[in-house]
Design a protein around this ligand. Structure first.
Ligand SMILES: Nc1ncnc2c1ncn2[C@@H]1O[C@H](COP(=O)(O)OP(=O)(O)OP(=O)(O)O)[C@@H](O)[C@H]1O
Ligand SMILES: [Mg+2]
Length: 263
């Protein structure tokens, strides 16, 4: 790994909320590389999980190539190639937001078109609930804005709400390969402002697996509003296709957002 980054200058990247740190290694000549470092004891998916998912989708979706991986029992290290482009969360001209929303919808449709048969990774509702349960038990749920969103409720109450709400939902219309954390910082685009179809790629695949495609749409639409303001969700859904607004889809998206409060 040290040999692979020799001669490159390291620059920390500020995006992201996980327990991982990311560094960009730029070379005067040669490709830029990204190093993700995570404490083994940290919250969230391991970098080994992210590595395995990257290897599974390699060549089928525009994802980073795994250059090297290491684990010294304190930290894990994942060295990757660069996905070109700017994160979709970066500020853009207001007249480009609609185009961005459509590009996000199209990119998620492409992710969900990947054949999911034989996918060894579980991103179904039960897996998210198990993770939420672990976070509630460990007291690691982020409750910074909790009082406004869930006045008088504890994380354990919200977990109970989510579990009972799930039993009232119609099951997902289909299972797909989902990204699992399809918020805008994880989606990168080249050429959003130009006349051509933007080129996309995605990073941060540690939560990907077979699951409900509405999870990705829920997080992407929420993140789109957070980063670029209200009024663009319909463009995202229209570009994705009719499944995004089919009966039951809105309820499933709302459920994923509720559970995500605990993830
Ligand atoms: N291989 C890559 N190519 C281009 N950009 C990358 C790459 N890996 C990471 N980045 C940039 O670094 C940011 C942070 O990386 P990443 O999303 O993997 O970690 P994280 O955000 O800390 O995790 P989380 O989203 O769970 O909080 C990304 O949003 C992206 O802008
Ligand atoms: Mg990220």
């Amino acid at each position: 790994m040290a040999r692979a980054v020799a001669g490159r200058s390291a620059e920390p990247i500020g995006l992201g909320m996980s327990s991982a740190r990311v560094f960009r290694f730029k070379a005067k000549r040669g490709a830029t590389l990204y190093l993700k470092v995570r404490r083994v004891s940290g919250a969230g998916p391991s970098l080994a999980a992210e590595r395995d998912r990257l290897l599974w989708v390699a060549g089928r979706l525009p994802v980073p190539e795994v250059v090297a991986w290491a684990d010294d029992h304190v930290c894990e290290f994942l060295l990757m190639s660069e996905v070109p482009g700017r994160p979709a969360s970066d500020p853009i001209e207001p007249h480009d937001v609609r185009r961005l929303a459509r590009a996000v919808g199209e990119s998620l449709r492409r992710v969900h078109e990947l054949p999911v048969a034989g996918c060894p990774f579980d991103a179904r509702a039960d897996a998210w609930i198990a993770e939420a349960r672990r976070n509630v038990a460990a007291g690691t749920v982020d409750i910074d804005h909790w009082e406004r969103e869930h006045p008088g409720r504890t994380p354990a109450d919200v977990l109970d709400d989510a579990i009972s709400a799930l039993s009232r939902l119609a099951p997902p219309r289909r299972e797909a390969f989902v990204h699992g954390d399809a918020c805008l910082p994880n989606l990168l685009f080249v050429g959003l402002a130009g006349p051509d179809r933007p080129q996309w790629g995605a990073v941060d695949w540690g939560l990907a697996g077979a699951g409900d495609p509405m999870r990705d749409l829920a997080l992407a639409a929420w993140s789109l509003t957070w980063n670029h303001g209200r009024g663009f969700e319909d463009d995202l859904f229209a570009a994705y296709g009719p499944e995004a607004t089919a009966p039951g889809a809105a309820e499933r998206r709302a459920w994923h957002l509720l559970l995500d409060e605990l993830l």
